[in-house]
Design a binder for this molecule. Structure first.
Ligand code: PLP
Length: 364
């Protein structure tokens, strides 16, 4: 059997932390084994700590980041609810689509791609929506938004609105304080800055959200009432809901332990340093960065493809000659932007230099 190894410097997945790979190879545990339950509880605690939240309902969902998005809307949207969505890239678009499928009256607040979310425009979009949703780290463009400013402004205005934050590309790569930021519901994915293969969606749901949740949402698999009975236990103990992917959870546990032992702040600083070197090197090569200055993600850099260069051919050559993956742009920018991720285990200066050196060779 031949095994191919890639250096995954696209928008995700990233190469997992070695600890995460080791964690997934431990002997399999059943999903109701007391040892697995203890491991799951530890994972939930570690997620709470990394996210900066006390939310009792914090868990890894069995699915990718999009399942987190689906779960957020399925358990909060009632037909006819007004849901304001800040759209500054592909994943804001996806939120509109998902919220609409659960019957929301979606009020879009469109932004130019590459720009951060404008808090005042979101506030002005509707005086009392049931929900507001925004993406913290827009992977499609490389822009970061100030979710704390949005959350605090919403809560100051009224108690009626819940805030959903997409943290798929931010968790594990940036400092996060969900409770201080007044975020009610957040979800992530394991394959980016958490440094774990794809397959789980860390998820957290505040007590405020719990009180207002939809009872028996239309999709059984992501009914938080049922999932909560498995994760938190109940009067009758832990009820089987579905067969949790125990090896994946063990892998996440190992990555979270790795992040904890390095220190969340040190991990964020490592992402900062690697991203800064990449941006600097790209600009030294005469390339233009895409996301607005001052709002650029350290972990995902978007860069404009020079006019006379075939974007796809460069990516193909990087993969063929260097085993190195970078991402294309998305939507209207599919051919005119590259996206380079330095996430989790790849958030390192040597990885930044590697992709800069390879790009320099390929671009001649
Ligand atoms: N939200 C953001 C910001 C993302 O970057 C992604 C994936 O790239 C998703 C949601 C969807 O996650 P997944 O592809 O894991 O389902």
């Amino acid at each position: 059997m031949s095994v191919t190894e890639r250096t995954l410097l696209g928008p995700g997945p990233s190469n997992p932390y070695p600890e995460a790979t080791l964690g997934s190879t431990a002997p399999l545990l059943g999903h109701l084994d007391p040892q697995f339950i203890a491991l799951l509880e530890r994972v939930c605690d570690r997620l709470r700590s990394l996210w900066g939240t006390q939310n009792p309902l914090t868990l890894p969902l069995s699915g990718t980041g999009s399942l987190g998005m689906e779960t957020a809307f399925a358990n909060t949207v009632r037909k006819g609810d007004t849901v304001v969505v800040a759209v500054n890239g592909l994943f804001g678009e996806r939120m509109c689509e998902v919220a609409g499928r659960y019957g929301a009256e979606v009020v879009r607040v469109d932004h130019e791609w590459g720009r951060p979310v404008d808090v005042q425009r979101v506030l002005d979009a509707h005086p009392s929506p049931a929900l507001v949703a925004a993406v913290h780290a827009e992977t499609s463009t490389g822009a970061v938004s100030d979710i704390g400013a949005l959350g605090r402004a919403l809560r100051e205005r009224s108690d009626d609105t819940l805030l959903i934050a997409d943290c798929v590309t931010s968790l594990g790569g940036m400092p996060m304080e969900l409770d201080e930021w007044k975020v009610d519901i957040a979800y992530s994915g394991t394959q980016k800055c958490l440094g774990v293969p794809p397959g789980l969606a860390p998820f957290t749901f505040s007590e405020r959200a719990w009180e207002r949740r939809v009872q028996s949402p239309p999709v059984w698999y992501i009914d938080l009432g049922l999932l909560g009975a498995y994760v938190r236990g109940g009067p009758g103990g832990r009820a089987y809901h579905h067969t949790a992917p125990t090896s994946m959870v063990a892998s996440l546990d190992a990555a979270l332990e790795r992040i904890e032992s390095e220190g969340a702040e040190a991990v964020a600083a490592r992402h900062e340093a690697a991203g800064a070197r990449l941006r600097e090197g790209l600009q030294e090569m005469g390339l233009d960065l895409f996301a607005a200055e001052g709002h650029r993600l350290p972990q995902l850099t978007s860069v404009r493809v020079p006019e006379d260069v075939d974007s796809g051919k460069v990516r193909e050559q990087l993969l063929r000659d260097y085993g190195l993956e970078i991402g294309a742009g998305v939507g209207p920018y599919a051919a005119s932007v590259w996206r380079i991720g330095l996430m989790g285990h790849n958030a390192r200066l040597d990885r930044a230099e590697l992709v800069l050196g390879a790009l320099r060779r390929v671009l001649g």
